[in-house]
Design a protein around this ligand. Sequence first.
Ligand code: AMP
Length: 136
Amino acid sequence: MPDTIFSKIIAGEVPCHKLFENEHVLAFLDIAPLSEGHTLVIPKRPVERLEELPTEEAAEIARQLGPIAQRVLAATGKRDYNVLQNNGKSSGQAVPHVHFHIIPRAPEDGLGYRWNAKEVGDEQLAALAEKINAEK
Ligand code: AMP
């Protein structure tokens, strides 16, 4: 299990600006926010990647994301937001403990989002879907 800054926050060894806590989930303000109200929602279990999280604990995060986002948006006067979750270095994950970003958005906030989509034919998509569906 990786010992990360988030484990220390969960243990209370490093302070955070806490927004929510229950048996499996902790939410707190990101220390280097992309926008006002940028929040991290994390499982208490110290796993690095989403697929390593027991499904019930992942489900508990999913249950809490919307209500936490609603409070953040109400307090910051925003309506739009991104939920972002990175897995692995090439995705941009810096802290090897599962976390969901809630990032409030506003028109012209300069944050951007559009990535360059690739062109692909329907046969390629069908072949890929078949390959994925063959995985257990
Ligand atoms: P990621 O790049 O998806 O791994 O995001 C990690 C996030 O953790 C970044 O947005 C950091 O600003 C945030 N972060 C790192 N250390 C702390 C901390 N001590 N308290 C709150 N947020 C943190």
